[in-house]
Write a protein that binds this ligand. Sequence first.
Ligand code: ADP
Length: 155
Amino acid sequence: MRKALFPGSFDPFTLGHAAIVEDGLRLFDHIIVGIGVNSEKHGMLSIENRRRLVEDLYAGEPRISVDIYEGLTGEFCRRAGAGFLLRGMRNTVDYEYERNMMLMNQKLFPEITTVLLFTPPQYVAVSSSMIRELVQYGGDLSGLMPHNINIKDYL
Ligand code: ADP
């Protein structure tokens, strides 16, 4: 079985993330959305609510699961029995960052392959940080968040 880990902060999970998962399902039998705990970063959503949001979104989709992890992403990937690290790329800034991560992970975890997928054009400007700002000032989130998710249920 081809299993991939899609790791990130997902604060919150956006339509851009969903597009990567959807595309990833063409390549992989199972995708674990891995929510990484960063003790230094206090996010908008609690870790538990980030998980709940993704679980609600993919309820009834057995090929997608959600997990929370601490520590190195590659170690969690190994523990979860996933051979692939799935990431999304919006632009050259993402590219540079993702390439450095890939090089480090390749050195530390040679059995894990990083797969970088392009973001569909309609989501290149979507980011969790933009959504956090819109939530703070009461902006319209349509076209940024999955339509069946109301962020207020997770704040
Ligand atoms: P991280 O803090 O690890 O970058 P994020 O939750 O911001 O976590 O992102 C997780 C992954 O999703 C990263 O590979 C990131 O490049 C990708 N990503 C973020 N926003 C988008 C988007 N709009 N479209 C596609 N991929 C995205």
